[in-house]
Design a protein around this ligand. Structure first.
Ligand SMILES: Cc1cc2nc3c(=O)[nH]c(=O)nc-3n(C[C@H](O)[C@H](O)[C@H](O)COP(=O)(O)OP(=O)(O)OC[C@H]3O[C@@H](n4cnc5c(N)ncnc54)[C@H](O)[C@@H]3O)c2cc1C
Length: 285
């Protein structure tokens, strides 16, 4: 296997297109990819400076796909403008995984309950993808999933470069929560992320995403609609919990937990994550 450390985005795209020496694939932290089948050539994009940047530009938060979970967790800008993402990166995996695992890898790997992906979905992120030097397109987050563990990002042909996120403004806040069977280094039994906008102490906009529930992070649109106009009382969060439990389509697992357990768990996480996002929105004046 040949390992190429890309020096520029254009160079990485050119190396992907050069099929002369066999099949090539993008790699970043390799925490997922090295557990899978190996291609003939790996194009390492993890050191490209432009893919490691976190900037606020033209009213959008732009987060590089090669930003590691630790870098996201340490970014004051991400905490301020997209707290759910910083929170997901803080809770994910272990220190070693967070040191090298990236946001782009988390999404392109397309695991149904990938933590950062759930946060990005709730934040309404869009992805900027390059398929050749200078040629890019922008895709909504929901359009990145093709099925269970199957991404529409073709990592043998294209590079996910940035995520674009509407930054939290006054009266807006987001949060992420997950539940694991043990405290450290454990994949979540369930996770949830929310983003809310408040107006006069009531919920004006709600985005609620949970997983695992189907092949991709799952938006609970009926629960979102039910909550619009509600105040920030315990009754509202109980209503959210009940509605999310009833709405979510979950799978059980003989090894991990039953359908009933996961359904109840997702409901509880939904109520709590919405309440946390609303508290942040209240503080964000
Ligand atoms: C022990 C362990 C614990 C873990 N715990 C968690 C956890 O708690 N929560 C969780 O969500 N995940 C967890 N993971 C999974 C993994 O660490 C994360 O998904 C991580 O973010 C993957 O990033 P990476 O940079 O290592 O991806 P890589 O392994 O480098 O790549 C993953 C896939 O994405 C493609 N790819 C990577 N970057 C790009 C790009 N910019 N453009 C196009 N394609 C790209 C690759 O070709 C590959 O198909 C764990 C993994 C391990 C080994």
């Amino acid at each position: 296997m040949k390992y190429i450390i890309a020096k520029s985005l254009d160079g990485a795209l050119a190396a992907l297109q050069d099929t002369g020496t066999g099949r090539a694939r993008v790699v970043a932290g390799a925490t997922d990819l090295f557990l899978q089948e190996q291609p003939d050539r790996l194009i390492d994009i993890s050191r490209l400076p432009e893919l490691q940047e976190v900037t606020l530009e033209k009213g959008l938060l732009r987060v590089g796909a090669a930003v590691t979970h630790n870098a996201a967790s340490a970014s004051g800008l991400i905490w301020e403008k997209a707290a759910a993402l910083a929170e997901a990166s803080t809770l994910l995996g272990s220190p070693q995984i967070r040191n090298i695992g990236t946001l782009g890898g988390n999404v392109a790997n397309a695991a149904p309950a990938a933590d950062a992906a759930v946060a990005l979905a709730a934040l309404g992120a869009e992805a900027v993808l390059f398929d050749s030097p200078g040629r890019f397109y922008v895709k909504p987050f929901a359009g990145l999933y093709a099925g269970y563990n199957c991404s529409r990002v073709d990592s043998c042909r294209e590079i996910l470069a940035w995520f674009l996120i509407r930054p939290a403004g006054p009266g807006q806040g987001s949060a992420f929560l997950r539940f694991t069977a043990r405290g450290a280094l454990s994949l979540p039994l369930a996770n949830a992320a929310a983003r809310v906008t408040l107006e006069k102490g009531r919920l004006k906009e709600v985005s609620l995403v949970v997983a695992p529930a189907g092949p991709a992070p799952s938006r609970l649109k009926k629960t979102e609609a039910l909550l619009l106009g509600s105040n920030l009382s315990g009754k509202t969060w109980s209503m959210a919990e009940e509605s999310a439990s009833a709405e979510v389509a979950v799978r059980g697992s003989a090894l991990r937990c039953s359908v009933e357990y996961r359904r109840r768990l997702i409901g509880i996480l939904a109520g709590r994550v919405l309440s946390l996002a609303a508290q942040r929105a209240q503080r964000n004046r």
